[in-house]
Design a protein around this ligand. Structure first.
Ligand SMILES: Nc1ncnc2c1ncn2[C@@H]1O[C@H](COP(=O)(O)OP(=O)(O)OP(=O)(O)O)[C@@H](O)[C@H]1O
Ligand SMILES: [Mg+2]
Length: 266
């Protein structure tokens, strides 16, 4: 469904070509409708840039982006957000602290609709609908719909962000180390919730993680990036047989870069 063809992106942070950062050096990838792809790679290998190019917040220098055969390279990030759900590392970023949980969910549920997001009807039906979405999380959030979002923990906020990113049946879900800032127990809860949402709703997903065990355990496909390229792409049974050692060996045989400590220590 989503085809990436030969994407390149070079950043010129100082204006001096010598400081150029080649973030993507020709990335091609076909993301199928049943793909849950985990993405690993060293710091600076281009993982976040790849997600930004897909979401439209970074324009590629070259290459094509086809969603269901339609070229979306010129579509704005705002327009693409109707089709693409995103969750970032920072649990504070995905929700608005000063307004209630109910209001946050209302805005998300109206994404892609024509009316102003602030003209929602405070109906009993909406509250019941949100409560039924929140209840399965097992966090008791359905009883706190009127509490300010800022009063929830990082894990609770990240769980709500995930719900919001997936509630309108997006064509694609992009997760960028979305459990990395959480304590290990909360990270596990949010990871399991992620897996449940992706499986139940069949949302094609790209998930960047520094946790190699998670990269192996979750999803049907794994890609490894180094120096702006995809250096390894494995799926199905071959993926389930992978070990952390295989990944480290693969990485070290294909790249000069060092693996981040966070990947080796997990
Ligand atoms: N807006 C930007 N301006 C300048 N350089 C950038 C910008 N965004 C990314 N880069 C550079 O592009 C390269 C790839 O960065 P990117 O954030 O995609 O890596 P990453 O794989 O997500 O790394 P990490 O694991 O640290 O998150 C890096 O050298 C980075 O410094
Ligand atoms: Mg990154």
């Amino acid at each position: 469904m989503l085809e990436l063809k030969n994407l390149t992106k070079t950043f010129r942070p100082t204006g001096n070509p010598e400081d150029d950062k080649k973030a993507l050096r020709g990335v091609s990838l076909t993301i199928k409708d049943d793909d849950f792809i985990t993405v690993i790679g060293s710091n600076g290998s281009g993982k976040t840039t790849l997600l930004n190019v897909i979401a439209g917040t970074v324009a590629p220098d070259e290459g094509e982006l086809l969603l269901d055969g339609k070229d979306i390279a010129k579509m704005s990030a705002v327009k693409r957000a109707e089709y693409i759900g995103r969750v970032f590392q920072d649990p504070m970023m995905g929700t608005i602290a000063d307004i209630s949980l109910f209001e946050n969910l209302s805005i998300a549920s109206r994404r892609g609709e024509k009316q102003s997001p602030f003209r929602w009807a405070l109906t009993k039906k909406k509250r019941e609908e949100f409560a039924s979405l929140l209840e399965p999380l097992g966090l008791g959030l359905e009883k706190r719909l009127d509490a300010a979002m800022g009063s929830f923990s990082g894990g609770q906020r990240q769980s709500v962000t995930l719900l919001m990113a997936s509630m309108n049946h997006p064509r694609l879900l992009l997760l960028d180390e979305h459990t990395a800032a959480l304590d290990p127990k909360t990270a596990k809860t949010v990871m399991e919730l992620t897996d449940k949402i992706v499986q139940e709703q069949h949302i094609p997903t790209l998930m960047i993680t520094h946790n190699m065990k998670d990269a192996i355990r979750y999803g049907n496909r794994l890609i490894m990036m180094a120096e702006g390229k995809i250096i390894f792409d494995v799926s199905g049974e071959a993926k389930t047989k992978l070990t952390v050692k295989d990944l480290i060996d693969k990485f070290q045989s294909s790249s000069e870069e060092a693996l981040p400590d966070s990947m080796l220590l997990d």
